[in-house]
Design a protein around this ligand. Structure first.
Ligand SMILES: Nc1ncnc2c1ncn2[C@@H]1O[C@H](COP(=O)(O)OP(=O)(O)OP(=O)(O)O)[C@@H](O)[C@H]1O
Ligand SMILES: [Mg+2]
Length: 585
């Protein structure tokens, strides 16, 4: 379902977004308005010049040639050069301001999206996000800014023109009034229809981008299951839907554009001439009258010509604003304080939790105290809620009720950023940046020197492999570099955490991609590291965690039992079952 557009409600926010971070725009914008006003005003003087010539020639051509021609020429040259100077300044300012605004909006939206909680990224397609951040912004800002300036120009041109014409003949006011009403009605009728169609079209474009990104990311899966034909068919359907939406939108626009063109080009001039004759204007007045229409009409027609792009821009802007209106699920309180975790105890008190879009409780009345500097293993069947507990410690989500304390601080009262700076996480799906091994390591600790990096790589049991690579730690990894195996990637991300050296460590199936011997070696090297900090370890291989100070057995979001391996094995059926499944005693 399409979300409601809060276009009007956030007008103030839009202005803030457009003009924030830019002192220079706040100075340049009024300057541009000033030059646009001059341009509009100069254009409104041109018909006066024509009237001066035509009436002068008609009244007494000899007198005109002798006395007035020179005045006319000076007037005309002054007009031309003033216009030239104001146009150069104005056009440069327009480019500078609109590009600046575009970059502002883009970087504000990027920062805004980064502050959104993880659920936004879990529920939104990557392609949809990139389309709004790039295409939608490029397509909207410059176009809308230009349209806005065109309108301001027309206003500055119309006001003195109408004033002058009314001075020639008071009836002119009524002609102007009728024209405005006709335009107003046309806009009122067509605008909402076109805007809605354009928005539909843009949404379809976003959907296509999202699908393409999804399929390209999953190409190995598509090939492995030989689904190329099916995915091509799905894409074809989406492209065809785009085509039909594009044509519907084009039909309405063509109807509107050409009606306005007919009005401006054919109907309006005839109406103006008839009215002018009816009002018995002088030839000069009639020429001026007509020339006003030509000047204003040319602008109106140029707006109509680009109206297609303006409607696309409005629809794109709607989509950008929609993302700006999303607020993070997990917010820092205004009183949130920074935290520096020294001990690292973690306490869950009566915690209940469900994922935002779901009904079902995933964690039910969790009470758990993890003592500082101890090692805790979380075990349970798949879907028991182990990863969810780590998400709560990291405050990716807030509990529905209950509290999570770290060293007696409710994590809701501390800044998320500093909380996460004190926690190291290694996940099953390791994410490496496209860059060198060193850059990947520096990402968590920019000031680290090479010896520290190498030390961390040694602890994670990957240094032997890396030092054999021709470029060592300067080897590029990720999409465009050396392809690391799943296990190597995991060890690299463990090395990253060693380098970060946080007070709390969270491992979620961190060693699932390595063989049992390497896993054993890694945890052995980690012994020293784990001793001096709190660690929560999730692994399916129970042999890895049997030495933990505490093992928490979870089942469907409930803590079934807590204890050490031996006691649990003898008293907890679920734990015994899990151990027996792995022939682990
Ligand atoms: N982002 C999410 N949105 C909605 N439901 C979710 C989300 N993540 C997990 N769940 C649901 O919450 C429950 C617990 O999931 P969780 O990932 O914590 O399980 P787990 O114990 O880590 O399982 P596994 O061992 O397979 O990793 C599952 O039923 C899952 O479907
Ligand atoms: Mg999990």
């Amino acid at each position: 379902m399409q979300e409601k557009i809060h276009f009007k409600a956030s007008f103030k926010e839009i202005v803030v977004i457009l003009f924030k971070n830019s002192k220079n725009i706040r100075v340049l914008f009024p300057l541009e308005l000033f030059f646009v006003a001059i341009d509009g005003f100069l254009a409104s003087r041109l018909p006066v010049l024509l009237k001066f010539f035509v009436d002068g020639i008609q009244n007494n051509i000899d007198l005109f040639l002798k006395e007035k021609l020179i005045i006319g020429i000076i007037f005309s040259l002054t007009l031309a050069f003033s216009w030239y100077i104001s146009a150069i300044i104005q056009h440069y300012l327009k480019e500078k301001i609109s590009t600046n605004i575009m970059i502002n909006v883009q970087s504000s939206l990027y920062s805004h999206l980064q502050n959104l909680s993880l659920d936004f990224y879990q529920n939104t397609y990557i392609g949809e996000i990139t389309t709004r951040l790039t295409n939608d912004i490029y397509q909207s800002i410059k176009e809308l800014y230009a349209a806005f300036m065109h309108s301001i120009w027309i206003l500055f041109m119309l006001v003195p023109s109408v004033y002058t014409m009314v001075k020639f003949n008071a009836n002119f006011f009524w002609i102007f009034f009728v024209f405005m009403i006709v335009f107003g009605i046309l806009l009122k009728v067509f605008m909402p229809i076109i805007r809605k169609r354009e928005r539909n079209l843009q949404d379809q474009r976003g959907k296509i981008n999202a699908k393409i990104t999804e399929y390209i990311y999953s190409m190995s899966l598509i090939k492995a299951f030989a689904k190329e034909k099916e995915t091509s068919e799905i894409m074809k359907k989406e492209f065809n839907l785009f085509l039909s939406k594009a044509l519907t939108s084009a039909k309405i626009q063509i109807l509107f554009n050409d009606f306005l063109n007919m009005f401006v080009l054919y109907l309006a001039p005839t109406m103006l001439l008839c009215l002018g004759v009816f009002m018995r204007l002088t030839t000069g007045e009639l020429v001026a009258f007509f020339s006003y229409w030509n000047i204003a009409g040319a602008r109106v027609r140029s707006i109509i010509e680009i109206s297609n792009r303006i409607f696309v821009a409005i629809a794109s802007f709607d989509r950008v604003i929609e993302f700006f209106n999303k607020s993070p699920l997990v917010k820092d309180d205004s009183t949130a304080k920074p935290i520096s975790i020294t001990k690292g105890s973690i306490t869950f008190t009566n915690v209940n939790f469900k994922y935002p879009l779901d009904e079902k409780m995933i964690i039910i009345n969790l009470n758990l105290h993890i003592k500082e500097k101890t090692r805790v293993g979380l075990v349970g069947q798949s879907g028991a809620g182990k990863t969810t507990i780590l998400n709560l410690i990291l405050r990716f989500y807030d509990p529905v009720s209950g509290t999570v304390l770290i060293d007696n601080d409710d994590i809701k009262t501390v800044q998320q950023k500093t909380l996460r700076q004190n926690i190291g996480v290694v996940l099953q799906d390791t994410i490496l940046l496209n860059g060198t091994i060193k850059e990947n390591m520096l990402f968590v600790k920019p000031e680290a020197v090479d010896t520290e990096i190498i030390d961390a790589l040694k602890k994670a049991q990957i240094w032997d492999y890396i030092q054999k690579l021709p470029d060592g730690i300067n080897t590029t990894v990720g999409e465009r570099g050396v392809k690391l195996s799943g296990g190597q990637r995991q060890r690299l991300s463990i090395a990253r955490v060693f380098l970060k050296d946080p007070a709390i460590l969270l491992f979620d199936e961190a060693t699932s991609s390595v063989d049992s011997k390497t896993e054993h070696d890694i945890y052995k090297t980690m012994q020293k590291l784990l001793k001096s900090r709190t660690s929560v370890i999730i692994t399916h291989r129970l042999a890895t965690i049997h030495e933990c100070d505490q093992i928490v057995v979870l089942d469907k979001g409930n803590v079934v039992d807590i204890g050490r391996h031996k006691e649990l094995y003898s008293r907890c059926d679920l734990y015994k079952k899990l151990c027996d499944q792995q022939n682990f005693i």
